[in-house]
Design a protein around this ligand. Structure first.
Ligand code: NCD
Length: 306
């Protein structure tokens, strides 16, 4: 049966952990994987800006010995002529073996998966979900902390529109003993449905605050995010909120020495570059781990044994 990854819930906890193990094995032994996808093609359909996600999917497929077909903007594809996502998915199924799709509309990758005859991976749909970033984040937490449970995780910034936060909360809610601290301006609070259907349903302890400074000493992980300019209805609100949190060496003084700082990137202003060389900064490694997790995922969805 064809499998897709639209929401992180499409993967069981065991499957996510297996993929982390495969990613770690790829890091140790890349040669073993260099022909796993020989003769296979990934279609990268990106209808919204992306650097990391698109390039890491492409690099992942090349490092597995496969090939890539790429659409990098809606303007250069038939979407600009009015083609539906459903039709695009049917057509691309004739040319490729697997699709990675990013789209500004929530639910577009799901529509693609319902109409494609090949697996579809959601590479980010509007302000909704971003499950492959979660795979990168989980791999980073596993490598940095050696565990996925009993962690106090601070999510800071745009928790309303930040799709990476939505998917990561979903994944970390499966583990016992995790505690979430939701740090955002009130207007950018985590959507109520995620609080209710995910955090509260899994009986995860959480607090909501506007002050990063106050909670800093408690954190094992600080997940910083960019204020999602492209999802705002008016520029004034964005300008008022964009610099709500800026992590500086000064603010890190009260943090634990084993804190791990994650960020899905791109960074705008929310982490000072003076922190980049701090051993607690994990965001560049996190981008690298994303490639290995995407390699593990592509193999899994194509039914290729590691
Ligand atoms: C994120 C995204 O696209 O949602 N970026 C990424 O894929 N690494 C985060 C962001 O754009 O802020």
């Amino acid at each position: 049966m064809k499998r897709s990854l639209i929401d992180i819930c499409d993967l069981s906890t065991e499957e996510i952990e297996e993929m982390v193990d495969v990613a770690k094995d790829i890091m140790r032994n890349p040669q073993k994987y260099s022909e796993k996808c020989k003769g296979k093609k990934l279609a990268a359909l990106f209808f919204e800006p992306s650097t990391r996600t698109r390039l890491s999917f492409e690099a992942a497929m090349y490092e597995l010995g496969g090939n890539v077909l790429s659409v990098s903007s809606a303007d250069s594809s038939s979407a600009s002529k009015g083609e539906s996502v459903a039709d695009t998915a049917r057509i691309v199924s004739c040319y490729a073996d697997i699709i990675a799709m990013r789209h500004p509309k929530e639910g577009a990758p799901l529509v693609a998966a319902m109409n494609a005859s090949i697996p579809v991976i959601n590479a980010g749909d509007g302000g909704h979900n971003h499950p492959t970033q979660t795979l990168a984040d989980i791999c980073t937490v596993s490598l940095e902390k050696g565990r996925l449970n009993n962690l106090t995780v601070g999510f800071c910034g745009d928790l309303k529109f930040g799709r990476t936060v939505h998917s990561l909360i979903q994944a970390l809610s499966r583990y016992s003993g995790n505690r979430f601290i939701l740090i955002s301006p009130e207007e950018l609070n985590l959507p109520g449905y995620i609080k209710k259907d995910v955090i509260e349903k899994n009986r995860i302890e959480y607090v909501q605050t506007t002050s990063l400074e106050q909670v800093m000493p408690e954190l094992d992980i600080l997940y910083m995010t960019r204020v999602q300019k492209e999802r705002f209805f008016n520029e004034e609100d964005y300008l008022r909120l964009k610099d709500s949190y800026i992590l500086t060496p000064e603010k890190l003084k009260s943090a634990r020495s084993d804190l791990s700082i994650l960020h899905p990137l791109p960074r705008v202003n929310e982490i000072s570059v003076a922190i980049d060389n701090d051993p607690r900064a994990c965001y560049f490694k996190q981008a690298l781990y994303g490639k290995y997790m995407r390699m593990a995922l592509i193999m899994k969805l194509l039914g290729i044994e590691p």
